[in-house]
Design a binder for this molecule. Sequence first.
Ligand SMILES: Nc1nc2c(c(=O)[nH]1)N[C@H]1C(S)=C(S)[C@@H](COP(=O)(O)O)O[C@H]1N2
Ligand SMILES: [Mo]
Length: 355
Amino acid sequence: MARGAFARLVPPPRLVDWAILGAVCFEVASGLVSLTVGMPGGAWLFDLHAVVGFSLVVLLAWKFRRVHARVTERSLWDGGTPVSILLATLAVGALATGVYWAASGPVRVAGWPLLMVHMGLGLLVAPVLLWHLRHRFRLPTRELSSRRTALQYGTLLVGGALAWRLQSLVGSALGVAGADRRFTGSKEDGSGEGNAFPVTSWVADDPDPIDPETWTLAVTGRVETDLTLEYPDISPDAGQRAVLDCTSGWYSDHDWRGVRVGELLDEAGLADDARWVRFRSVTGYRWSLPIEEAREALLASHVDGEDLSHGHGFPLRLVAPGRRGFQWVKWVTSVEVTRNRDLGQWVAIFVSGLD
Ligand SMILES: Nc1nc2c(c(=O)[nH]1)N[C@H]1C(S)=C(S)[C@@H](COP(=O)(O)O)O[C@H]1N2
Ligand SMILES: [Mo]
């Protein structure tokens, strides 16, 4: 009786499969885009990523219920089955780490940041899913666009949202959820305690400590006069409270002191076509900001009244409020004013430090 009722709830196979495909595409895309979201206005993207993830749990449960016999019965295997098993394993791994993260599991698993494991598994799902579709692709039937179908998708999302809310309520009740999470999901670490917060590199940057005797800061590009500043020229007379929010799942709130970028730009004078400002590290790592935003940013030499430590980017590191941690370039040696957006930065952050 209950079984019959459950079976009636399950949408037709094709519908489940296409919903899974849609949900996975959305999860990969929204997960990647979320890495660049640092303003509360983008909170909905993190929320929707979680809601669709919880809906995927239900979809996969339906799917596995339908296909498990084709996997457990060795005689039913075909050429596509190993790919299907690999895909199922990756998908379950990505979902489990995602749900665990939402439910406020620890930040690290076996030394790895949990979120990095989640991203790695999620990114592997994409190519394996394409490979799986080569074996298993079926054209959609008309039922995909009916009103009834739209309602079923809607119900599924509402279900996903309820499951997500419920786990966070249970988490708070049990005291494991942690009230100290940002809208990005990141957890608090070392705020207001000077240099005592995690030292992180995006991929492989690990330069030798910088000697302030030989270090210089260049201000170049679309400026009227190139500047070269030495360490004693840097007077930390601007301050900024800002949150560093790393995509590996922690954040830290500090009082930063240093030089306002706008002051450097005013000193150099801007050319008419100045639009972007690129901050380059001694390692080659770099990021750029639109000029108006860059003016308000800080090149910090101090954190909570302490000299910045080497690990945190001494002598100067970019403080870009509202941007994610990987955009806060450390060990800055040049500020270049440019005309165009710098797409090469997406390569530079991955390869700097690899040599
Ligand atoms: N040059 C350089 N700057 C960098 C990085 C890096 O690898 N190289 N990592 C970024 C990342 S991913 C983060 S989260 C912050 C971490 O800053 P912290 O080490 O001071 O915590 O620095 C950013 N700036
Ligand atoms: Mo980061």
